[in-house]
Design a protein around this ligand. Structure first.
Ligand code: UD1
Length: 439
């Protein structure tokens, strides 16, 4: 991974305006071949950055990806008073004193994961005022489970003016059994963070089992927390009085891993993915193998290529199921197979926005409620298309790489939220891809 000089925090607010003019141009039809270095996981790094709010000692994270979402969270932590030293992929944070317990709308609306400061602020500083994140393009995405869980830990919660006003009892949060009505990654993380400093035992029942939850538990335990059974559906947290500093390496990004594996297959090339592991995507690889992909473990990761690709059905599910964050990429891949594929989205209610864009490129996809039927095998042709969210945008990049002719993808600031150096990584493997600015 590229080292970056020590730099002040980038302010995405300013760059987004400029970046919104940026587009990506792809000349498709070249198979990808070569090595791709997988970055640290965005979805693991975001909750890990918030652990600084739980201790006054330094927290150093390595393998942090250089992404717009990471800079958004650093900007939020900065305004809370966290001292931040960024030399990506390493970030050192220290919260000696809290300057503000308010997480403002202006930052939280840009990225939902900002809501994860609520649990730690409440646990260590006793109160927090955090903007409600609101919905986003892929769905309404409420935070009711986060709030219900914190109330179970004794917090009093009021909603006012679009903000959550939360305060802990004067004796602090207290452990409790929290049964979550639906599996939520963010709520599990927020409650884990809060429960580490609560008095007594917390049991999180029907918890998310994503690898990012395990990474967060590992880091918190290395800081002195007592968390058991992370990665199962019941996490047990014995509260402790205080946490100390830590140095922790962020795990590899399993979504980036799955994305590049499918990019190799859609272009009928072969990529060797370094600094990652097939163990991070067990169900994804099993479904992709059924579809004809071939994976071979290497010393430091694995290689991925297409065999004779055929359509298979797939349904998104919480981990260990097939991740919703790989659904759009899987759909792009299926357009290049033979037969048909029924793709069912069960996590978010509006996560098919890439469908009309893929259809503009020649795909034959029909949406019926939460399922999309891909009639495979219609060759893709380059076209101007528009990115609508992080994963939709990369599915269009994949489609553009496989398509005949030129694809121009607009609104690629979504891509910069989740994919580090995507053009460079692809170019090194033979892709004809460039970023263009203005008209
Ligand atoms: C995280 C990931 C995101 C991924 C998603 C599902 C991060 C930063 N983001 O998002 O990339 O797509 O998991 O794997 O890690 N829900 C409620 N009430 C709540 C919380 C969630 O109804 O209080 C619903 C959501 O609307 C959604 C489902 O639960 O339908 C799952 O959402 P959740 O797991 O919470 O997603 P995030 O943590 O926001």
């Amino acid at each position: 991974m590229q080292k970056e000089a020590k730099n002040p925090i980038l302010l995405p607010k300013k760059t987004i305006k400029k970046d919104s003019m940026n587009r990506i141009r792809i000349l498709g039809g070249t198979p990808l071949n070569g090595h791709v270095n997988i970055s640290g996981a965005k979805n693991a790094a975001l909750p890990l950055l918030t652990v600084t709010l739980l201790t006054d000692e330094p927290v150093t994270l390595t393998n942090v990806p250089n992404l717009a979402d990471i800079h958004t969270l650093l900007e939020l932590l900065d305004q809370h008073g966290v001292e931040i030293d960024t030399a990506l992929p390493t970030v050192t944070l220290r919260t000696r004193t809290l300057k503000s317990n308010v997480a403002p709308y202006d930052i939280v609306r840009r990225m939902r994961a900002s809501f994860l400061v609520l649990g730690p602020l409440l646990a260590r500083h006793g109160s927090a005022v955090v903007s409600l994140p609101g919905g986003c393009a892929i769905g309404t995405r409420p935070v009711d489970i986060h709030l219900m869980g914190l109330e179970k830990l004794g917090a009093s919660i009021k909603l006012d003016g679009g903000y959550v006003h939360a305060s802990a009892p004067s004796t602090g949060l207290r452990g409790a059994d929290v049964s979550m009505p639906m599996i939520s990654v963010g709520a599990t993380e927020n409650l884990m963070l809060a429960a580490t400093l609560a008095t007594g035992t917390t049991r999180l029942i029907n918890a998310a089992r994503e690898p990012e939850i395990i990474d967060l538990a590992k880091c918190l335990n290395a800081m002195g927390a007592k968390i058991e059974h992370a990665g199962t559906d019941t996490i047990i947290i014995e509260g402790v009085d205080s946490l100390h500093g830590v140095t922790h390496a962020v795990q590899p990004d399993r979504i980036e891993t799955g994305t590049y594996a499918m990019a190799a297959a859609i272009t009928r090339g072969e990529l060797i993915l370094d600094n990652t592991s097939l163990d991070l995507i067990p169900t994804v690889t099993s479904i992709l193998e059924q579809a004809g992909m071939i994976f071979t473990p290497t010393e430091n990761g694995f290689s991925a290529r297409a065999g004779n690709l055929k359509g298979v059905d797939m349904m998104t599910e919480p981990f260990p199921g097939f991740s919703t964050d790989l659904q759009a990429q899987f759909m792009a891949l299926m357009t290049s197979a033979t037969g048909a594929s029924m793709i069912t989205e069960t996590i978010f209610e509006n996560r098919f926005m890439h469908v009309p864009e893929l259809c503009r490129m020649g795909a034959n996809i029909t949406v019926h409620g939460s399922s999309a039927l891909v009639r495979c095998g219609t060759p893709l042709k380059g076209a101007p298309v528009m990115a609508t969210d992080i994963r939709a945008s990369v599915s269009l990049v994949m489609a553009g790489l496989a398509a005949e002719g030129e694809t121009i993808i607009d609104r690629i600031y979504h891509l910069d939220r989740g994919y580090e150096s995507v053009e460079n990584k692809l170019r090194q493997c033979g892709a004809h891809i460039e970023r263009i600015t203005g008209d």
